[in-house]
Design a protein around this ligand. Structure first.
Ligand code: HEM
Length: 390
């Protein structure tokens, strides 16, 4: 590289600039070499750590990324779990590795021996909520929020949840056609948003009925099928005025009696965990039941498994025999899901009220395609045929 400078000392300046560029090139090269050496040692160290943990074959540069980015990712991970029933390494590229946990005893060791950092705090920047906070601030917030999720407080939310469900079901009644299935995911998402806004923030968002509500990104999604009609219709009118709402008074205390419904919900959460993978950073070395150890680092617990739908596995007798770390859709340990009872209540209310009004059957032409992002969802939505019960 040469730069010409038009002044009497031009020759000298030209040489100095060229020397500077040479120096910069040497520094850059040194940095690249240093980084390459660092990566080499890191890879050697990781290979040594994970020597006693056999796993699926891996590409030297991509690791298992190619298999994880395919549409059948969950089937891949489930087949890995069958082959390595305790745990196995998963490489995200050539230099980043997680231990994928498949066995409850291993999950227990990780939850007990890990830091209190949540997986979301490890990998995202979505604000400053409890989910993201760490250290003393997390502890303080968690302690402040816990009373808000007390059984009695949650009970008082049931009527509001039912209101939101009724608004959703009213919309479905308008969308039913004999031959066309209905995409339900967006409706259910809006219903849960509506319900949490009302119960946690005492805010009537009307997000299910008002197309202009900010945050309703779908906009046209449901609106195109008659959304305008919903605008301005009060939640009260749609929900409490309906005869089924009379059921709510006994309903509120009947959660404990909904044993089979609860079993179905748990079995669904086991087969399709909304949070399909959880990462935990080890704050100290962990020794597993078989004597293998792992030093400080990242570890992932995955709960997705392909098995037969069988709610009876959650009957009291069968549950008594199960390992306490075998069913963890809400995680475990101090950073478990603070909203799990809220969520269970909401699912029971929604399921019970929905089944009072509709019969469902899947649309064979549009089966859901599972994609595990931060949450497990269907790439093409959830299409079901609805039939109104008389
Ligand atoms: C079916 C529904 C739900 C599932 C499966 C679920 C699952 C989970 C899981 C697995 C975690 C741990 C994440 C991690 O540490 O990496 C978590 C944390 C959390 N969940 Fe849920 N959740 C659900 C519903 C809710 C609801 C309705 C609320 C609020 C009302 C809620 C609030 C939270 C909060 C605040 C945390 C962070 C807790 C902490 O770090 O101390 N969740 N949830």
């Amino acid at each position: 590289i040469s730069v010409t400078v038009m002044n009497p000392s031009g020759v000298w300046l030209n040489g100095a600039v060229s020397q500077m560029f040479h120096l910069m090139a040497v520094v850059c090269l040194a940095c690249v070499v240093l980084k390459a050496i660092q990566l080499y040692w890191r890879k050697r160290k990781l290979l040594k750590i994970f020597k006693s943990f056999p796993g699926p074959p891996t590409h030297w540069l991509y690791g298992h990324l190619q298999m994880l980015q395919q549409e059948d990712e969950l089937d891949n991970t489930a087949s890995w779990a069958e082959k390595y029933p305790h745990c196995h390494p998963v490489w995200l590229g050539g230099f980043l590795v997680f231990l994928w946990i498949n066995h409850p005893e291993y999950a227990k060791a990780v939850y007990i021996g890990s830091d209190l950092t949540s997986s979301f705090a490890l990998c995202s920047s979505i604000g400053q909520g409890l989910l993201i906070l760490n250290g003393p601030k997390w502890f303080q917030h968690r302690r402040l929020l816990t009373p808000g999720f007390h059984y009695d407080i949650l009970k008082s939310y049931v009527t509001m949840m039912a209101d939101s469900v009724h608004v959703m079901l009213d919309k479905w009644e308008q969308l039913i056609t004999q031959e066309k299935s209905v995409e339900l995911f967006e409706h259910v998402s809006l219903m849960t948003l509506d319900s949490i806004m009302k119960s946690a923030f005492s805010y009537q968002s009307n997000c299910q009925t008002d197309r202009s509500v900010p945050g309703d990104e779908q906009g046209e999604g449901w609106g195109s099928e008659g959304g305008g009609e919903w605008k301005g219709r009060g939640v009260e009118g749609a929900g409490l005025g309906c005869p089924q709402s009379l059921l709510l008074v006994p309903f509120r205390d009947d959660f404990g009696k909904m044993t089979y419904t609860t079993m179905c919900i748990k079995e669904t959460l086991r087969l399709y965990p909304p949070v399909p993978a959880i990462a935990r950073e080890l704050s100290a070395p962990v020794t597993f039941v078989d004597g293998r150890t792992l030093p400080k680092g990242l570890t992932t617990c995955l709960y997705y498994s392909l098995q037969v739908f069988d709610p009876l596995r959650f009957s009291p007798e069968n549950s008594a025999e199960r390992h306490s770390y075998a069913f963890l859709p809400f995680a475990a340990g101090p950073r478990n899901c603070i909203g799990q009872q809220f969520a269970m209540n909401e699912m029971k209310v929604a399921l019970a009220l929905t089944l009072l009004r509709f019969e469902f059957s899947p649309d064979p032409a549009k089966p859901p395609i599972k994609i595990p992002q931060a949450i497990l969802r269907s790439k093409n939505g959830i299409h079901l045929h609805l039939k109104k019960l008389q």
